[in-house]
Write a protein that binds this ligand. Structure first.
Ligand code: XMP
Length: 518
């Protein structure tokens, strides 16, 4: 799949933590931005720049020192393109170095919130307060600006916290020591917007506008023959399948695999959403196959691999039966980047949503959403007027309740987990508590506890209730549910499920815990 037409800003990733944040911030400003790994070197950057129509380059942060890493060539390549260039943190120091400034040990390291004094309210600092509270993380600093450059800001540890250099006949080059892409940096988005306006791309990227282009790309990728789309009822796979169906019409066959590990009612919910989206999936009942493959499997990661492997086998069998040559997958940009595949290199990723599809399914992959972030996929779903429920549904992990039953998944434990989970869902939704929650579910723990039911001692399972607030699942906080709701869950779960003697509420945030128990 190619990138959408129109220009782009390339964000060179030097291995820092925040490169994705820069890309996302630019996209939120309507600028189509892409990550390029610095490990591709100067020639890689020049190639990407010509393929992707680069109209600006950001050199991002990174863990190394400009004296060690050997990235000068990458910075020089960026400067040779004749487009606006912005250096951030490590990128700022690298630009200063190759342009003849002095970089060395900072008068003092700055980590976390730092006050920056704005000296020149110039193009990229326009509209920002004179004293900025920003996020820094550095030991080295630009001590003297490149010849001819103006110092725009300073801080106690950064004599040149920002600079501007007007190069003869070229656009201005900017560097900032702090991280404008981090939410804690005051005026960060404004700064990026000021810079992005120099590229001429500000406000030109709207995900909803590229549906036609994505459809066209799918059509070109599969000019003839049948494609299957693996659909789960989640937003990524649904949007990918809808786009593929717009392109291929009856040559697209959506396939929904019922692995028997779904929460209660989830299959009906998913099928309702898919049908409401205009898809009519083939439903494959493979419950027995998954359960028998999971027999004796205790390790959580092994469970994910087993579910992924069986999913791949079932899908391939179905594809063969349908005579399909292509597989449409809802892979999105973070999956592509995190699985180490470089844009353009069509490596089959370990697909999170299906718990890891095995490589080499032998089908040609079509991934219409591989350049998009989740919020952009949601925006496309809205533009396509897909059912609202699709956007409101809580995420269900690809391996389903296999990772919510601790230890071996047996039919008995699975049935208990499903019932407990359904009770948690009912109580939360009936009380109208689900708005604002990221996920709410039950876990069947591996613990047993003594109870007394009907004057008899009983020794049964412990169910943990997990309810979290989160924005992106990277971090999460336990929800402060009303006590009455928790009491109702405990009473119903122990009352309605004979094997359960105890219910506990998980009050651990992420980090240090994860959202799922396994
Ligand atoms: P954790 O447990 O890592 O979960 O905090 C973060 C988010 O990812 C979901 N999750 C998964 N989704 N396959 C998936 O498709 C998986 O194997 C998987 N494990 C966790 C989890 O539900 C949460 O939203």
């Amino acid at each position: 799949m190619e990138v959408p037409a129109g220009g782009s800003v390339l964000v060179v990733d030097f291995g820092g933590q925040y490169a994705h944040l820069i890309t996302r911030a630019l996209r939120s400003l309507g600028v189509f931005a892409l990550l390029v790994s610095a490990s591709q070197g100067a020639s890689g950057l020049l190639r990407e720049a010509s393929q992707r129509g680069a109209r600006g380059v950001v050199l991002s942060g990174g863990p190394s020192s400009v004296w060690e890493a050997g990235h000068d060539g990458v910075a020089e390549a960026a400067l040779s393109l004749g487009v606006p260039v912005l250096g951030i943190c490590y990128g700022h120091q690298l630009l200063a170095k190759v342009l003849g400034g002095r970089v060395g040990r900072a008068p003092r390291g700055e980590f976390g919130p730092t006050i920056v004094e704005v000296l020149e309210e110039d193009t990229i600092l326009r509209g920002l307060p004179g004293r900025l509270r920003v996020w820094m993380s550095h030991n080295d600093a630009v001590l003297e600006p490149p010849p001819g450059a103006r110092v725009l800001a300073r801080s106690p540890g950064s004599p040149v916290a920002a600079f501007e250099l007007q190069r003869p006949g070229g656009p201005r080059v900017y560097g900032v020591q702090w991280h404008p892409e981090v939410a804690h940096s005051q005026g960060g988005l404004e700064l990026l917007g000021n810079w992005a306006s120099l590229t001429g791309l500000l406000g030109t990227w709207r995900p909803g506008d590229i549906v036609g282009e994505l459809v066209e790309q799918v059509r070109r990728a599969a000019p003839a023959g049948v494609a299957v789309a693996a659909v789960s009822g989640g937003v990524d796979s649904t949007v990918a399948a809808v786009i593929a169906q717009m392109a291929l019409r009856e040559r697209l066959v959506p396939v929904f695999i019922d692995h028997g590990l779904h929460p209660e009612g989830e299959v009906e919910r998913a099928l309702g959403i898919l049908r409401g989206s205009g898809l009519d999936p083939v439903v494959v009942d493979a419950q027995e196959e998954f359960l028998s493959a999971l027999r004796g499997v205790v390790d959580p990661e092994e469970k994910r691999r087993v579910v992924g492997r069986v999913y791949g086998e079932v899908l391939l069998r179905e594809a063969r039966r349908l005579g399909a040559e292509y597989l449409v997958q809802g892979t999105i940009y973070p999956d592509v980047i995190e699985s180490g595949a470089r844009p353009g290199a069509d490596v089959i990723k370990t697909h999170h949503n299906v718990g890891g599809l095995p490589k080499g399914l032998g089908l040609k992959l079509i991934e219409p959403l591989r350049w998009l972030y989740k919020d952009e996929v949601r925006e496309i779903a809205r533009a396509l007027r897909l059912p609202r429920e699709l956007l409101e549904k809580q995420p269900v992990p690809g391996p389903g309740l296999a990772v919510r039953v601790e230890g071996e998944v047996t039919p008995e434990k699975l049935a208990i987990a499903k019932r407990a989970d359904a009770i948690v869902r009912e109580v939360v939704e009936r009380r109208g508590l689900h708005r604002g929650l990221w996920q709410y579910f039950a876990v069947l723990t591996a613990s047993r506890a003594t109870g007394v039911k009907g004057d008899r001692r009983s020794y049964g399972y412990v169910v943990a209730v997990r309810v979290v607030e989160s924005r992106e699942a990277m971090t999460a906080a336990p929800a402060r549910l009303p006590w009455e709701a928790l009491e109702e869950m405990a009473a119903r779960i122990t009352g309605e499920i004979p094997g359960v003697t105890r219910v506990v509420y998980d009050v651990t945030p992420k980090p240090p815990a994860t959202i799922e128990w396994e």
